[in-house]
Design a protein around this ligand. Structure first.
Ligand SMILES: C[S@@+](CC[C@H](N)C(=O)[O-])C[C@H]1O[C@@H](n2cnc3c(N)ncnc32)[C@H](O)[C@@H]1O
Length: 143
């Protein structure tokens, strides 16, 4: 995207409630299995092989901030163009909590922004202003 949008800056806050998980993610070195769905050319551009694993390249590493946050209660200060939330609240929580999290975090989504969730999940959308976009991919843009 940089060629088309040279002024675009990226910031990627990456959150988890569990400190141990953050410690595992923070070295940004991942087994091949973690990258298997990444297109090969992206993999080559963004990762370098390192001792049998793949290391996120420094120019991308510096954009990611790992931090502890409980999705049930913590509200990020920033506004986002994209929220990725997979295999967590819409998989393991009941619908009231799903609605609560969705309503609260949707407030941090910029107009025209997207919420991306699991391929096989649907979001409880009625109260949030989110409308399904690419349903096959489970993209929900804010109306
Ligand atoms: C099944 S994993 C999914 C991880 C990742 N989203 C993925 O799809 O590969 C669920 C993660 O959610 C974290 N988690 C559990 N409860 C949480 C909460 N209340 N707030 C934030 N993260 C939580 C767990 O520590 C775990 O790392």
């Amino acid at each position: 995207m940089q060629a088309d949008f040279p002024d675009l800056t990226l910031q990627v806050p990456a959150t988890d409630a569990d400190e141990t998980m953050l410690q595992r993610a923070e070295p940004t070195s991942y087994p091949t299995s973690s990258l298997k769905q990444l297109p090969a050319d992206w993999q080559q551009k963004a990762f370098t092989p390192n001792n049998g694993e793949y290391q996120l390249a420094p120019q991308f590493r510096s954009l990611v901030q790992f931090r502890q946050a409980d999705i049930r209660v913590d509200q990020p200060a920033e506004l986002f163009s994209l929220i990725l939330c997979r295999n967590l609240v819409f998989t393991y929580s009941d619908e009231p909590l799903q609605r609560q999290v969705l309503a609260r975090l949707s407030e941090r989504l910029l107009l025209g922004g997207y919420w991306v969730t699991d391929k096989h999940k649907s979001l409880p959308t009625s109260t949030t202003g989110l409308v399904p976009a690419l349903v096959r991919l489970k993209f929900f843009p804010l109306d």
